[in-house]
Design a protein around this ligand. Structure first.
Ligand code: NAP
Length: 214
């Protein structure tokens, strides 16, 4: 039976690639601006930080349950990214709201059996200029570990996708060498294969997953 999968940030980048990869599942897709999803998907125009209740209600109304939640929507905050020591605390609060509190709220409301929180190496390593985003991803990682400890019967996983050629990366590093960046479709194929066949709680780096046939 197809899984009901709620993917946030599904209009472009990794979220869109995941939706295309998982098109044979029952998909609810979220972004703030209107977009088109695969045939049969429920497309919701909503801000994850403001409308978690509506997102979950409309998904349950259409599909009756949520099996897998993929918290992928994320923000860098102000760009060019300031050093943490100079960051406006209101901007930090906004980033935490979108990247940490919204994923928590959606996990609480959805009661999904599997919750995938898309994180970053910036949530583990400290890089000057990445502190606002990095502290939010570090909090998201701890949230993931704690929810896993509280719910041994469910799966909570933090995923480091690696550097990808997406709008977010272009905003963060406008002069990046594109040759060094992964195609989000390749990352999505690896992650989707793992998710549907062998998911478990913890932290994974997509670069360490083997390509799996879908
Ligand atoms: N790209 C990289 O190299 C990289 C590296 C490590 C980790 N990551 C992580 O991978 C994930 C995907 O990143 P990406 O590079 O694919 O980003 P992206 O290309 O910027 O796409 C972000 C998506 O999230 C949506 N979104 C943003 N804020 C939202 C909000 N408040 N409510 C609902 N939707 C929202 C955007 O659509 P709207 O603007 O229309 O809302 C868009 O669909 C993120 O969690 C990111 O932190 C990325």
């Amino acid at each position: 039976m197809a899984n009901v999968i709620l993917i946030t940030g599904a209009s472009r980048g990794l979220g869109r690639a995941l939706a295309e990869q998982l098109h044979d599942q029952q998909l609810a897709l979220v972004a703030r601006h209107p977009f088109e999803g695969p045939a049969g998907s429920l497309v919701l125009t909503a801000d994850v930080g403001l409308e978690a209740e509506r997102i979950v209600q409309e998904t349950l109304r259409r599909f009756g349950r949520i099996d897998i939640l993929i918290n992928n929507a994320s923000t860098l905050g102000a760009t060019p990214m300031p050093e943490l020591q100079n960051a406006d605390w209101r901007d930090v609060a906004q980033v935490v709201h979108t990247n940490v509190l919204a994923p928590l709220h959606l996990a609480q409301l959805s009661r999904a059996r599997i919750v995938v929180n898309i994180s970053s190496d910036a949530g583990v390593e400290a890089y000057p200029g990445w502190g606002v985003y990095g502290l939010s991803k570090a909090a998201l990682e701890h949230q993931t570990r704690t929810l896993a400890a509280e719910n041994p019967e469910r799966i909570f996983v933090a995923v480091d996708p690696g550097d990808m050629n997406t709008q977010m990366h272009r905003e963060a590093v406008p002069d990046a060498d594109l040759e060094q960046l992964q195609d989000p479709k390749v990352v999505a194929a690896r992650l989707a294969g793992w998710l549907l066949h062998a998911p478990q709680s913890g932290r994974i780096r997509v670069s360490e997953l083997v390509e799996s046939a879908r």
